[in-house]
Write a protein that binds this ligand. Sequence first.
Ligand code: AMP
Ligand code: ZN
Length: 494
Amino acid sequence: MALHKTQTLFIYNSISKKKEKFSPINKGAVGMYVCGPTVYSNVHMGNCRTFLSFDLVFRYLKHLDYKVRYVRNITDAGHLENDGESGEDPIAKKAKLENIEPMEVVQKYTVDFHQTMAKFNALPPSIEPTATGHIIEQIEIIEQIIKQGYAYQVNGSVYFDVTTFNKDHHYGKLSGRNLEDMISNTRALAGQSEKKNPQDFALWKKAEPGHIMRWASPWSEGFPGWHLECTAMSTKYLGQQFDIHGGGMDLKFPHHECEIAQSEAIHKKSPVNYWMHANMLTLNGKKMAKSTGNNILPAELFSGNNTVLSKSFSPGVAKFFMYQAQYRSILDFSNDALIASEKGYNKLMDAYKSIGEISHSERSSIDITTWRQSCYDAMNDDFNSPILIAQLFEAVKHINTLKEAKASITKEDLQVLQKTMHGFIFDVLGLTDETSMEAGNDDKLSGAIELLIELRNQARNNKDFATSDKIRDDLQQVGIQLKDGKEGTSFSLS
Ligand code: AMP
Ligand code: ZN
């Protein structure tokens, strides 16, 4: 039987501000959309925390045997500075600065993002659509919004008319903001731009002469507004209404509020059943951000090349550190916390690996079934990973007393213990045993070199010195030295 039929998952819904029982639109299947990165620079650890929070959600839903379609976009156009509303396009700005094509900027940082996520052992999403690949869909949505009377055109740009929308709908339902208050707070700005009202947001912007990234549209040669791409891509791949929409807390307003407005304007219904927001990773008590420079990059963490930490840390340790906080709480990045996480991570892995040393007996003195359910209870309570980790450490205690024969366990219970530990450590938390991975790679490399030595010996026996020399020289070029001695050929790595 599918696990989700026996487990009841509760998700904190940012729109109702309550934990709600999770019930997907289609039985047994989940549609989830998460806002992806804007690819004009390397992702920092703060960005990674949000993406790893949703990797945990994706993994747990899969673990519960749901069929999940997880869509995470790549923002490669339209996200202007100042919350996507004004200023330059950071991708075009970077392209000009480095004298390369905007699409080279996009490619470089998309590759960096993928490589980083792979290092953290995060699963790739089911679909990863790009904003520039969905210009037609975005234009179609603008046309529909105009038709409904919720958008207006000025000088080749199109803006969403928040005031008119708010007469029939509620703009501010996600962020808890009130349009009247917003208007009175920004009165001084009114009339300073071509917008009717400072709260209105761009659906289409006419490109200035120097703007590189531009597309033809019914209104002007230009580019779409940032909020539009997520409405276009989530609707296309998940439908007008879907289960989960996620992102970092800082996207709640205006980005997600505007997504709701765009969808409601044309579909007349709320697009998302469960809004999830991951909280911020801070450094020295302040939000990690690209713009302020208050951040640390994954590469700086892994190499130890930074001014914040006393040593390098592996991706697994960094991930373990992040999961020791629940995704909705603020987490401060610090050397002490990472050192403590490294100890905990090693202790957990060592205990897991030593389960094989336990011998079973006739009866169990430990209640494994209750322990197993408490692991599920933790995750069912809005993906509470710190409580799950505390439960895994309960199991570490059990493993140690069992090894010392101070407790007993049946064969069946021992299997449940091993399987549950495996499931939560590797499948749900997505951790890896980094020590054995390195050892495993060494074994594979030695095996491959031994094979080349054997082929070289065969070539020499056949007097094919061209081949035998090529093997020796090419290996030398990649830093592997062969040494012929009385005992045969050995190798060393430089
Ligand atoms: P961006 O590339 O700026 O659109 O950000 C990508 C994702 O990272 C968004 O979901 C942001 O909310 C999230 N994010 C940005 N800064 C932080 C931070 N300091 N901690 C956690 N998430 C963040
Ligand atoms: Zn988005």
